[in-house]
Design a binder for this molecule. Structure first.
Ligand SMILES: [Zn+2]
Ligand SMILES: [Zn+2]
Length: 199
């Protein structure tokens, strides 16, 4: 498995943009998803205080016996992607060069404004590249949800788990009223996914 796939390299927070080791395990986390594998070299923490208390999460995987296949990451009924407007293709915004902001200066000051062409996201619809936001699906994956047991989960994360991992099994364990995370196992480790709200 590629543990880096579960980090967000663009995030400025050090515990999110790379994996980190606490105790006997190495963790990777991004948004609602966290995975844990046996300790890997090269991911020691520089400053322990900066890292989240992942050891307080309910790592109950070893106590569970009933596991199921993951739900489908089907895309029906999901709203279209706001970046490519459902066209599946995107390009770097020509106005801001993908920066999301444009700068003006006069003799006294430099001003930074959000780019009005891309509304700050740095992409323009159309082009030849698969839209990076929706991975070329044309759908707003983060808004899409899939039911597993009594809880709803983001299609985006379910698809990521299924794309990056093998031997995946998921558990219905956890109180849905308590917004308990979904526990899952895979070849080489285990993880948790936080549910979405009801809406
Ligand atoms: Zn898109
Ligand atoms: Zn722009």
């Amino acid at each position: 498995m590629n543990i880096m796939a579960f980090c967000n390299p663009n995030d400025k927070r050090p515990h999110v943009n790379r994996p980190f080791t606490q105790g006997d395990y190495t963790y990777a986390l991004d948004g609602a998803l966290i995975v844990r594998v046996p300790k890997m070299n090269g991911f020691d923490m520089e400053d322990e205080k900066k890292f989240p208390a992942v050891d307080t999460l309910p790592w109950d995987h070893d106590t569970l016996t009933v596991w199921e296949d993951p739900p489908s990451g089907a895309l029906s009924g999901i709203p279209k992607c706001g970046i490519c407007d459902g066209t599946k293709k995107a390009s770097t915004c020509p106005e801001c060069d993908g920066e999301g902001v444009v700068e003006f200066d006069n003799v006294h000051h430099t001003y930074e404004c959000e780019c009005e062409t891309c509304y700050g996201d740095g992409y323009a619809k159309g082009g030849i590249k698969d839209c990076p936001e929706c991975e070329g699906t044309g759908k707003d994956l983060k808004k899409g949800r899939v039911k597993f047991g009594d809880r709803y989960f983001s299609v985006y994360y379910i698809r990521k788990i299924k794309k990056e991992l093998t031997g995946i099994k998921m558990s219905r364990h956890g109180d849905p009223n308590d917004h308990a995370p979904l526990l899952f196992i895979f070849d080489g480790g285990c993880g948790m996914l936080m549910p979405m709200g009801e809406q």
